[in-house]
Design a protein around this ligand. Structure first.
Ligand SMILES: CC(C)(COP(=O)(O)OP(=O)(O)OC[C@H]1O[C@@H](n2cnc3c(N)ncnc32)[C@H](O)[C@@H]1O)[C@@H](O)C(=O)NCCC(=O)NCCS
Ligand SMILES: Nc1ncnc2c1ncn2[C@@H]1O[C@H](COP(=O)(O)OP(=O)(O)OP(=O)(O)O)[C@@H](O)[C@H]1O
Length: 280
């Protein structure tokens, strides 16, 4: 993800941010607390002032994450149907590991041709069963895929900025693990209870309990993510309950979006340059 950070920092005015130090909920200022309460979304510790200042100097880049099978893709669909641009890191990971692509070549170099199925594509099921039970192999897969994922992610964010998108959500399972969260604000977590998570992953992927538990254990624990996220969507209920929370989130994201659209978009920057040139 480092490539993405460097490119974005150059292109969208944001300096490389130092790690964010999160404040405890109880130390929030009254104003910030009021804003969160008015949004009526479950709120978690607020990010440090530096992250907030940086977020005002670039396109509004929102991080969306959650435990495996907690409902990120479901939230992504709801956001997209509400007109919000969402960049999906899983989709990118699939496209950069398609046969012949840069990520594909790196994975084959790292794991050998035995990881290919008879049609020459990556055997994703075999790869998943390897990496979700072995942390060293998972690190090897991450090293092989993440440079290509980071570059494509940066390209898609640049395209969204050039299209004057005021709000862009990045759906990334490893948002906190990869450090990419430092470039996003707010960070939104989709969470559910361990029992519901296990049941959903077993049902969706047809996994037995040990395999499902291994996949859950391959990521940062949900409780740790809760402490890092600035907004939490509770997905223990039905689809309607989730949709209602997403609707509130959408309203909150559109707030002050005009500032990003008008002032910090390419059009805004061209207009500012033209005005300066005229006044010179
Ligand atoms: C392991 C792979 C082959 C499994 O492919 P598959 O099509 O079965 O699953 P899919 O890509 O849809 O991922 C499903 C979920 O698994 C989890 N997951 C995927 N990769 C990882 C990983 N490296 N570490 C922890 N969890 C992961 C995420 O929650 C993701 O949403 C694939 O996920 C992969 O290539 N992963 C490495 C790239 C990566 O890190 N992707 C995550 C986005 S950056
Ligand atoms: N509120 C809900 N009620 C019932 N089922 C749900 C709900 N939310 C999500 N699901 C189901 O749970 C499963 C996991 O959801 P989803 O695919 O959105 O999770 P994800 O976080 O994107 O997963 P992954 O980490 O594997 O990409 C899916 O089968 C989805 O239909």
């Amino acid at each position: 993800m480092f490539f993405a950070e460097v490119l974005l920092s150059c292109l969208i005015e944001a300096p490389l941010l130092p790690p964010i130090v999160f404040r405890n909920h109880s130390t929030s200022t009254p104003r910030r607390k009021a804003v969160r309460e008015s949004a009526a979304l479950p709120a978690h510790p607020a990010p440090a002032p530096l992250a907030q200042r940086a977020s005002k100097t670039r396109m509004k880049l929102v991080g969306l994450t959650g435990g495996i099978a907690c409902g990120k893709s479901t939230v992504t669909k709801l956001l997209r149907s509400a007109g919000i641009a969402v960049i999906d890191a899983d989709e990118i990971a699939h496209s950069v590991t398609a046969r012949g692509a840069w990520g594909y070549r790196r994975v084959v170099a790292a794991f050998g041709p035995s990881i290919l199925s008879s049609d020459g594509q990556l055997d994703r099921e075999a790869l998943a069963s390897l990496v979700f039970r072995d942390a060293a192999l998972r690190r090897r897969l991450n090293s092989a895929t993440h440079p290509a994922v980071g570059l494509e992610l940066a390209r898609q964010i640049l395209v969204a900025w050039l299209c004057c998108r005021p709000v862009v959500v990045v759906d990334m399972p490893l948002l906190f693990e990869s450090g990419f969260a430092r470039l996003t604000h707010p960070t939104v977590l989709v969470a559910c209870s361990p029992a519901v998570q296990l049941q959903r992953i077993m049902r969706r992927d047809g996994l037995a309990p040990p395999a499902a538990e291994a996949r859950i254990a391959a990521q940062m624990p949900l409780e740790a993510k809760r402490k890092l996220a600035s907004i939490c969507l509770d997905n223990d209920g039905d689809h309607e309950a989730l949709a209602a929370q997403v609707q509130q989130l959408v309203q909150r994201l559109w707030r002050r979006a005009w500032l990003h659209r008008v002032v910090l978009s390419p059009l805004g920057l061209v207009a500012a340059a033209a005005a300066i040139a005229l006044l010179w």
